[in-house]
Design a protein around this ligand. Structure first.
Ligand SMILES: *[C@@H]1O[C@H](CO)[C@@H](O)[C@H](O)[C@H]1NC(C)=O
Ligand SMILES: *[C@@H]1O[C@H](CO)[C@@H](O)[C@H](O)[C@H]1NC(C)=O
Ligand SMILES: *[C@@H]1O[C@H](CO)[C@@H](O)[C@H](O)[C@H]1NC(C)=O
Ligand SMILES: *[C@@H]1O[C@H](CO)[C@@H](O)[C@H](O)[C@H]1NC(C)=O
Length: 309
């Protein structure tokens, strides 16, 4: 029996550091240690995920491009900003307290927009440690063909799904939907880091979900004598962890003060929010969310071939 795994991986050489060890068991059984030198286990699961391509990244990019993390700021919302009083004082000082109206996104002034934006990356903070379960799953392969190979198709990699709900909504951008990315940090030896794109509606108890999928089906070709049946044992780890996140809704752009009687020859003047309120916190409101994430890591570490009599 020669030592050969043809390891024709459908995409590329995921299992590059193949260890070819064929300790013969009794009765014509053979055990191939497919996985890396350090053997199976959580560290390998993590490495595995890191090396895999992100299948979802191209679709995420497309969705990001067509969606926005900003909406238009209304007059009503501007008045709710923590620093609003400073905006009023600023206008009073420059143009007086004469009869006036306040406007945002004036259709006659398209170059002076006012927006509410959320950050394009939100960090998830985990609460406590993940609760994990590992089990061995056996995938049966095909009988070896006439030319001395057997193939086994296994699913490997990492996937995760989350369900969150808003425990607190922001006072601006209410009921509006925003696109952003959620960044999930790594949990040492248990879960890899990953990012998903989500659409979040700013409304208390509103649910949103996200999912991430790096699972790949790879076909292993194992060189064996004719009449052998091969199977692969995979380690499948499922972890659940609770996480929270905070969304900062930041207002920026222009507020128009439109006077009934002209001031210094003009009826209206713009105030730029960022000029008068340079600290983003003074023109922000926050939403908070909480929920659970379940992550699944699959890695194969052993192929066993048995002679079929
Ligand atoms: C999202 O908002 C941030 C400001 O909070 C801005 O810098 C970024 O360009 C926005 N991204 C998109 C896609 O609108
Ligand atoms: C999975 O199989 C490996 C190798 O046979 C063994 O060492 C390990 O204890 C098994 N794990 C579980 C959870 O059954
Ligand atoms: C024969 O072996 C080659 C690899 O050398 C493989 O691609 C092919 O599928 C095998 N054919 C059969 C019938 O098993
Ligand atoms: C997360 O799951 C745990 C266990 O099922 C549950 O007790 C907890 O309430 C969940 N957290 C949220 C925010 O749904």
């Amino acid at each position: 029996m020669f030592c050969g795994i043809l390891a024709v991986l459908s995409i590329f050489m995921l299992l590059a550091p193949l260890v070819c060890a064929l300790p013969f068991l009794g009765g014509g059984d053979e055990v191939l240690d497919i996985f890396s030198r350090s053997g199976g286990g959580a560290r390998n699961l993590k490495k595995f995920g890191e090396n895999l391509p992100s299948l979802s990244s191209s679709t995420q990019t497309q969705r990001r491009a067509s969606a926005s993390n900003c909406t238009l700021l209304t007059e009503h919302e501007a008045k709710k900003l923590p620093g609003w009083q400073k905006i009023i004082e600023h206008a009073d000082k420059l143009w007086g307290t004469g009869k006036r109206s306040i406007k945002t996104n004036d259709e006659h002034e398209p170059d002076y927009p006012a927006k509410i934006c959320i950050a394009d990356k939100i960090q998830i903070s985990y609460q406590g440690a993940p609760s994990c379960m590992t089990e061995n799953v056996t995938t049966d392969g095909l009988l070896s063909g006439t030319n001395g190979t057997a193939s086994v198709s296994v699913t490997q990699g990492f996937s995760a799904s989350s369900s969150f709900s808003l425990s607190e909504s922001a006072t601006i951008g209410v009921s509006q939907s925003y696109m952003t990315m959620l960044n999930f940090p790594e949990v040492a030896s248990t879960m890899q880091d990953f990012a998903t794109s989500v659409s979040i509606t700013n409304y208390v108890s509103e649910y949103f979900t996200s999912s991430y999928d790096e699972m790949e089906t790879v076909t292993l070709l194992v060189a064996v004598s004719d009449g052998h049946h091969c199977s692969v044992i995979e380690s499948v780890t499922t972890c659940t962890i609770e996480g929270t996140g905070e969304l900062q809704f930041i207002a920026s752009g222009y507020i128009w003060f439109e006077y009934v009687d002209p001031v210094a020859g003009h009826y209206k003047y713009p105030v730029m929010l960022e000029d008068v309120l340079p600290d983003p916190a003074s023109r922000s409101s926050y939403a908070r969310f909480r929920g659970n994430t379940t992550a699944i890591s699959r890695s194969s570490y052993q192929a066993t071939c048995k002679e079929v009599s």
